[in-house]
Ligand binder design. Structure first.
Ligand code: FAD
Length: 497
């Protein structure tokens, strides 16, 4: 049975999560939903979140966003992967790219053929067989016809929120400025309304908590609880600062490990986003700040465009992501450190799920269970992938790294590591975000070499294997040589005003 009652959707919070949600519902479900978004300029947003992954292209397409206009508005650059520096040892570097490495056979991934080629002394580095990785290394980019590069963006997240706000308001979303006073529950325990500090009461049928780490609805009003994952990911502090760029932007994010965590460097067209992530058990905030500033000095990134901003967080997840008539999206739903730039992706996945299970006629218990199950599954998979970068380190130089090497791993991750070590195999199940090639790149990058390879690789005569590897490598080299530099391409494609 359907009712024709329109649903009053109230989104609390107007950061990246709030405006991405508002724009998506406003554009796709305006026939059934009236959306109001509450935000407070005085409180502001977390103000970070600049590196994305290729799935953002899907969100942009869903909303019909023109890519070049989007890139201009957000001062965007292209991203082909992440360079991990000093993770395995203090002088080691590898790239986790968004591309496919080599060519798989249906029985076995490319790594099996590459391993045999290596044993025979005829293979180059694993990454040399990946187009995106070599394009990233050489600072080149273009949209290629047919089999294009797989890419994402670096963006100014505040500009992205403003861009989405214009779009959402154009689609009829109402914005309410001001501070939330109370979140009011009805007799049935659902959220009935939000009362603003100025006394305005905003009633709704569905409430979306996008209030960031505060989680005013999901935790403050509904108290769903939080599962703490700091035993696996002990980093709990970040210090962020924007600096003026001093060189052309590279088409990848840098994630550089230091003695008690890591730091990021995200190149936009007009500025560089920098930040340090660390565990307060192993480094104080003063030490973190001094470390960040000295590293920026070393790289000539001395002209600051913002104040240093300390962000405290606790890695983990809300125990429910949809509870009663409230859905948590964004930082209110939990947080995994931004090592693989997965937060905006998770926002987008929650929005996608909510659109699929939109409660147009009241909340269904089965939808709620399904939503939560899918979200947990996805989060645990991402958490395992992030932990992977730490536990495979060979670093013993500081208490932090010695601690990380000895973590007791979740069974899911331990199994993946054992499987790869013993057989070279990786499997992707149930639509998981990180596909086989991502796991392979990071496991090899971190120094985990399989003990054996699939016998199908031995079925290929030696000369054929040599030709197979050479052909892939030559194609990569030839294609990259034809690409313009990333900077030239940006200037043509989306020049800043
Ligand atoms: P916020 O930006 O905090 O927004 C909260 C909103 O709620 C604001 O509008 C605020 O005004 C409003 N609000 C709060 N309280 C009230 C109140 N009482 N009354 C009215 N309004 C209120 N993600 C990536 O994908 N890539 C990255 O590279 C990345 N880097 C990150 C680095 C760090 C250090 C951190 C902490 C996060 C990073 N993230 C990254 C995550 C990303 O920043 C967030 O997922 C994203 O910004 C969404 O935040 P949000 O909208 O949930 O919260």
């Amino acid at each position: 049975m359907r009712t024709d009652k329109r649903q009053r959707v109230v989104i609390a919070g107007g950061g990246t999560a709030g405006w991405m949600t508002a724009a998506a519902i406003g554009r796709t479900l305006k026939n059934v939903a009236d959306v109001t978004l509450i935000e407070s300029e005085e409180i502001g947003t977390v103000g970070v979140g600049e590196a994305t992954i290729p799935t953002l292209l899907t969100y942009n397409r869903l909303l019909g966003i023109d890519e070049a206009s989007f890139m201009r508005e957000v001062g965007g650059t292209f991203k082909l992967g992440i360079a991990f520096e000093n993770w395995r040892t203090p002088d080691h570097r590898y790239i986790h790219s968004f591309g496919i490495t080599g060519k798989d056979h249906w029985t076995a991934g490319f790594q099996h053929f590459w391993r045999r080629g290596e044993a025979l002394g005829m293979a180059e580095e694993f990454g040399d067989y990946c187009l995106e990785l070599i394009a990233a290394e050489e600072g080149r980019f273009a949209h290629l016809p047919k089999l294009g590069l797989n890419y994402a963006f670096h963006i100014d997240s505040s500009a992205f929120a403003r861009f989405l706000r214009r779009m959402a308001e154009g689609d009829g979303v109402t914005r309410k400025e001001g501070r939330i006073g109370t979140v009011d529950l009805g007799d049935d325990g659902d959220i009935a309304s939000i009362t603003m500090q100025d006394g305005t009461v905003i009633e709704g049928d569905l409430f979306i908590d996008c209030t960031g780490f505060r989680a005013l609805l999901m935790e403050g009003a509904l108290g769903v609880g939080y599962d703490d994952w700091t035993h696996l990911l002990p980093c709990d502090r970040a210090i962020a600062v924007q600096t003026k760029s001093v060189r052309d932007p590279v088409p990848y994010t840098r994630a550089v490990a230091h003695e008690a965590g890591w730091r990021w460097q995200i190149p936009l067209q007009h500025r560089t986003g920098n930040g340090i992530v660390f565990s307060s058990r192993f480094m104080s905030e003063d030490e973190g700040q001094a470390k960040l500033l000295s590293l920026l000095d070393e790289e000539g990134l001395t002209e600051r465009m913002t104040e240093l901003r300390v962000i405290r967080f606790r890695t983990g997840t809300r125990r429910s992501h949809w509870h009663r008539n409230c859905v948590a999206i964004g930082l209110s739903s939990g947080f995994i450190e931004p090592l693989e730039s997965t937060s905006i992706h998770l926002i987008q996945r929650s929005i996608h799920r909510l659109l699929q299970m939109f409660p147009h006629d009241g909340v269904s218990r089965a939808d709620v269970d399904e939503f939560n199950e899918q979200t947990f599954y996805e989060l645990e998979h991402i958490r395992d992938f992030i932990v992977l970068h730490y536990v495979l380190t060979e670093r013993e130089d500081t208490p932090f790294w010695r601690h990380m090497r000895r973590l007791e791993l979740p069974k899911t991750l331990q199994h993946r590591l054992d499987l790869f070590r013993e057989t070279g195999r990786v499997f992707r199940a149930n639509d998981q975000l990180f596909a086989e090639n991502s796991w392979t790149q990071v496991m090899l990058g971190q120094g985990l070499t399989p003990e054996t390879y699939h016998p199908i690789a031995d079925a290929m005569p030696e000369e054929e294997l040599r030709g197979f590897l050479r052909h892939i490598r030559d194609n990569v080299t030839k294609t990259v040589a034809q690409l313009p530099t990333h900077q030239d391409y940006l200037q043509r494609y989306c020049p800043q005003a």
